[in-house]
Design a protein around this ligand. Structure first.
Ligand code: 48F
Length: 264
């Protein structure tokens, strides 16, 4: 076989195997921002079949750009342990006890590497355009190549089945909105719908992100900024402790929920 054919068929076979395995999951994340990367790593380490579908070429979401493209982010003391486990370094902010800066490229690449090494599969350049909804439960995702969506090509999507779906799409909370609008479900908020994000208030935003991380409908969870948006929380800008804690909480909630599903 020509060397060109060897390379081509190796890639096609390997990717086909990976994608086939990724169509029947325990947990499917929509979006590969920091909260999803942390949650997916924790779930994969527990032995759950976990994948992230990310529409951009590079997962990492809002981490890469730091604050206004100054590629540094801020984290708080209570997440240093997890950064140390991954091997991500940080620097104390002078005169602000408990706050640290992290190089955003190191943070994004560290979180991605950690998730992949834990066993989570990441499918990049793949856009989630719908959910699988049946028997009163969110059962999976409808996926397509991101460029296909961008170019509005009339190409039918494929489907992923998952016991738990996580909206980790950040500010737009796209998947919860799809559930409300297309499946016409009432989610677990005061109004039964998305409350929408409030303006900047750093301390409140950080805590609300963690508090809002929840299962909003059977089979449908939200973490990170998506959860904040669903519950009408405040935004918080380039401080990321809340995203990491939200990811850890999401992993615990999902593991517990799947364990109770197994028992039924
Ligand atoms: O927004 P994002 O980084 O997720 P997050 O974990 O973190 C938020 C912070 O980055 C930042 C912040 C920090 O304090 O406020 O905003 O909540 O990443 C969301 C990811 O989801 C992808 C998108 O490209 C981004 O990488 N995404 C959004 N919609 C889709 C999607 C979709 N329909 N299909 C696939 N990926």
């Amino acid at each position: 076989m020509a060397m060109e054919n060897i390379i081509t068929t190796a890639i096609i076979r390997q990717f086909a195997d990976k994608l086939s395995a990724g169509t029947d999951l325990d947990v499917a994340f929509v979006g590969g921002g920091p909260s999803a990367l942390v949650a997916a790593a924790k779930l994969a380490k527990k032995g759950l079949k976990t994948a992230i579908f990310e529409k951009s070429l590079a997962p990492g979401g809002g981490v890469w750009g730091g604050g206004m493209l100054f590629n540094e982010i801020v984290v708080q003391e209570n997440v240093l342990g997890i950064l140390e486990q991954i091997g991500i370094s940080y620097q104390a902010v002078p005169d602000a006890k408990g706050y640290y800066t992290v190089d955003s490229v190191e943070m994004a690449s560290g979180l991605i590497f950690n998730a992949v090494k834990a066993g989570a599969k990441i499918f990049n350049a793949m856009s989630v355009e719908d959910i699988v909804f049946k028997e009163g439960r969110v059962n999976g995702l409808v996926i397509n190549w991101a460029p296909v969506r961008k170019l509005a090509m009339p190409v039918d999507p494929l489907t992923v089945i998952a016991k738990a779906v996580v909206d980790a799409t950040g500010h737009p909370c796209e998947i919860i909105r799809i559930a409300c609008e297309k499946a016409q479900v009432k989610i677990a908020t005061e109004t039964g719908g998305v409350l929408g994000e409030r303006p900047m208030w750093v301390q409140h935003g950080e805590q609300q992100t963690v508090d809002s991380t929840a299962e909003y409908y059977p089979g449908l969870f939200a973490c990170g900024m998506s959860a904040t948006n669903v519950t009408g929380g405040y935004r918080m800008g380039p401080i990321f402790g809340g995203m990491i804690l939200s990811g850890l909480k999401a992993a615990d909630l999902i593991a517990k929920s799947l364990a109770s599903l197994e028992k039924r």
